[in-house]
Design a protein around this ligand. Structure first.
Ligand code: AMP
Ligand code: TRP
Length: 329
């Protein structure tokens, strides 16, 4: 299959989005043709500092390479390096009813959050995302639940373009991780709530965080009454969350982990969770440190990525221009 996904350049990765989403991007590489894009155009829809954006983009590339995105297998590129994205977005704009964009959950949430900056880009965001996707004619788009709506719109726009101008675009499927496979890691302090970077630091664990800090955060994670290590998200949300984390990191079924720690009590279990996390994340952290000192190499990867992405995108764009009826010279 051909796969495409996009990642915003801002915001550091935590074990929630790593285990829930990004680890899968790494796994998909082995048997698929993958295009992974750092969505810097999308980032502009909320306030950014011009002198920090390039650094954040480079840093995101470092993070993606550190978790195992392999430029030999996948095309890793920066959205603003492929101008076809904005060009196709314009055409798709003319096929998108305003009402559909106004109904998007993300638009409604973000316009509440950024009241002072409800710009047209925020509304148009899903159309740009549709262009990101359609240009590469992918079969699958791995995304989190919050992005399903955008992939549905993408399918809709592919259909509409094909019906209006002639068939070019594929209707890609959203590939969403199943909840029971750990799609959701909860806050360490309030395990009824999703782990999120916008909450205080003791509620989440960054994937490149110091070992001492990981130890401390797991030790102070909220547990539940009783003392059995048992999986029961309704009655024991804290312990269940730690079991989920352990199970995903160790790649063992929850039942097996439960059995292993059932009679051991909370403290030794938490210690084991911390140790496991630390040992699994250590190689990622050292890879990140190494890459951070290799800026020339990083830029070269992104240059190659842009070249490969442009080759595919410009072919699709050429075809789209022709179908739309633009004058050819
Ligand atoms: P975000 O960092 O919230 O923009 O999300 C990036 C990706 O990670 C999306 O696919 C989310 O669904 C996923 N994600 C974010 N937070 C969590 C979490 N606590 N548990 C599992 N997946 C998450
Ligand atoms: N909107 C996505 C997010 O915030 C990022 C993104 C941009 C994306 N373009 C994409 C995801 C194309 C999948 C496909 O997470």
């Amino acid at each position: 299959m051909r796969i495409l996904s996009g990642i915003q350049p801002t915001g550091e990765m935590h074990i929630g989005n790593y285990l829930g989403a990004w680890k899968r991007l790494v796994e998909l590489q082995t048997s698929n043709e993958c295009f992974y894009m750092i969505a810097d155009l999308h980032a502009l829809t909320v306030p950014q500092k011009a002198n920090e954006l390039a650094q954040a983009t480079l840093q995101k590339a470092v993070e993606l390479l550190s978790i195992g995105i392999d430029p030999e297998h996948s095309t890793l590129f920066v959205q603003s390096h492929v101008s076809a994205h904005t060009e196709l977005a314009w055409i798709l704009n003319t096929l998108t009813p305003l009402g559909e964009l106004e109904r998007m959950t993300q638009f409604k949430e973000k316009s509440k959050k950024y009241r002072a900056n409800i710009n047209a880009g925020l509304l148009d965001y899903p159309v740009l995302q549709a262009a990101d996707i359609l240009l590469y004619l992918p079969d699958g788009v791995p995304v989190g639940k919050d992005q399903i709506q955008h992939v549905e719109l993408t399918r809709e726009l592919a259909k509409r373009f094909n019906a209006t101008y002639g068939a070019i675009f594929k209707e890609p499927k959203a590939l969403v991780a199943k909840e029971e496979e750990g799609a959701k890691i909860m806050s360490l302090k309030d395990p009824k709530k999703k782990m999120s970077k916008s909450d205080p630091p003791d509620t989440w664990i960054g994937i490149f965080e110091d070992e001492g800090i990981i130890k401390r955060k797991i030790a102070s994670a909220t547990t539940d009454s009783g003392k059995d290590v048992a999986y029961n998200p309704a009655k024991k949300p804290g312990i269940s969350n730690l079991l989920t984390i352990y199970s995903l990191v160790a790649e063992q079924p929850i039942r097996a982990v439960e059995k292993k720690f059932q009679k051991k009590g909370y403290a030794p279990f938490k210690k084991a969770v911390a140790e496991l996390l630390i040992s699994k994340l250590r190689p990622l952290r050292s890879e990140k440190k190494q890459l951070e000192s290799r800026e020339v190499y990083l830029r070269e990867i992104l240059r190659q990525g842009a070249k490969k992405a442009n080759a595919v995108a410009s072919r699709t764009m050429e075809e789209a221009r022709r179908k739309v009826g633009f004058l050819q010279i």
